[in-house]
Ligand binder design. Structure first.
Ligand code: PLP
Length: 400
């Protein structure tokens, strides 16, 4: 049998190659951080990690992980409900609830699992899930696994959301599902208006904080803090794999009964291994660091503003960002790839995105800022953007 499948796959791979969509992985030989080595030891500055608070190589987290290895062992070899729950798993769940000001929290191996296991236990044929068109793949898959009726509204478009809410008015339960920050434009979901509509049309609200937790809001506590929506959002999901240390792990946090049911019925929780103790221990330390001071978040935001202001002054077209994601618009797909390749030659690691990842004619370079970036890192990146921007005639010769 494999011969025929092999021929088919070879053809598919060739098509992916021909379309220029084949994903190659660059090999990093250092820890994840601002200055990394790629391939044969070439040093580059990293502007495409989700390492928003610069915690991926934080010495305190490494030490906490090591200490937890000593005190709690290497692995759990079990799911949570059989014999996979340690004291520190419960502590971390309480800590997440405390951070988001929610009633209870359930941990997953990843946010992909949190979203994948969220909708199916809660909603059935009689219910409606109303989802932003730009939601993350894991929300889309999670919605697909439930039998609820699906509605989609244009990105952050409140009129379109209202249309869906009206159409779904005869359903038993309605839930609005949205990313907190959308990863391609860096825009934030208008949670205050979403909550208003939810109250008006009697719907629940779910937000995925993967790109927003640790980043948006006056002290980085996410969209509820940003829009003062505490108590109005029923369910938050999030990852420990981005701002929160970058290792892995996910969570759902929110209303007590919802979390309780997920512990009983959520399949990625019931049938997948517990989060490794070292990650749990380091995550507890991570929330401790965030509680001690707002320093990392403040540094991140200063970096975002510095970068954005200088890029705008140089004449670049930047999507108005409210997060740590800065989309440098180039519009042309080939240009986005050539530009990113030239940036890497200049020692700056950024990624060019084009259709189908972003809409046709909306190609761009996505820059992700981090508290791990120092001023000289930002200056180097900006200088490279300006140099290459002039080479490709994206910005006027005269600027800077
Ligand atoms: C990254 C991301 C995820 C997946 O998180 P993992 O913990 O890596 O599985 C889910 N949702 C959104 C919005 C994300 O950006």
């Amino acid at each position: 049998m494999y011969g025929t499948l092999k021929d088919y796959l070879t053809g598919e791979l060739a098509q992916i190659q021909a379309a220029g969509l084949y994903k190659k992985e660059r090999i990093i030989t250092t820890p994840q951080r601002a200055d990394i080595c790629v391939g044969a030891g070439n040093p580059v500055l990293n502007f495409c990690a989700n390492n928003y608070l610069g915690l991926s190589d934080n010495p305190r987290l490494i030490k906490a992980a090591q200490q937890t290895l000593e005190t709690h062992g290497y692995g759990m070899s079990s799911v949570r409900f059989i014999c996979g729950t340690q004291d520190i798993h419960k502590q971390l769940e309480d800590t997440v609830s405390d951070y988001f000001q929610t009633e209870d929290t359930i941990l997953y191996a990843a946010c992909f699992d949190a979203n994948g296991g969220l909708f199916e236990p809660l909603f059935s044929e009689e219910d409606a899930i109303i989802s932003d068109t730009l939601n993350h793949a894991s929300i889309i898959d999670g919605v697909r696994l439930s039998k609820a009726k699906r509605y989609r509204y244009a990105n952050a478009d409140m009129d379109d959301l209202e249309r869906c809410l009206k159409e779904a008015s005869s359903q038993r339960f309605r839930i609005i599902a949205t990313d907190g920050v959308f990863s391609m434009d860096g825009n934030v979901a208008p949670m205050n208006r979403i909550c208003d509509l939810a109250e008006q049309y009697d719907a629940l609200v779910m937000v995925d904080e993967s790109h927003s937790a640790g980043v948006v809001g006056p002290t980085g506590h996410g969209v509820a803090e940003q829009f003062n929506c505490y108590g109005r959002i029923d369910i938050f999901t999030g990852t420990l794999g981005k701002a929160f240390g970058g290792a892995m792990g996910g969570f759902t946090t929110g209303r007590k009964e919802i979390i309780d049911i997920l512990r009983q019925r959520s399949r990625p929780y019931l049938f997948s291994n517990s989060l490794a103790p070292s990650i749990v221990g380091a995550s507890l330390e991570m929330f401790g660091i965030l509680k001690e001071s707002d320093e990392l978040h403040t540094k991140l935001m200063n970096n975002v503003h510095y970068f954005r202001d200088r890029m705008l002054a140089a004449g670049f077209d930047i999507k108005p960002t409210q997060s740590a994601i800065c989309a440098v618009m180039l519009y042309d797909a080939q240009l986005s790839q050539d530009f990113a390749a030239r940036m890497q030659e200049e020692g700056i690691y950024v990624t060019g995105f084009y259709y189908p990842v972003v809409p046709k004619g909306q190609a761009r370079i996505r820059v992700q800022l981090s508290a791990g970036h120092e001023r000289e890192h930002l200056d180097k990146a900006i200088a490279a953007f300006v140099k290459i921007g002039k080479e490709f005639k994206c910005i006027p010769e005269t600027n800077q």
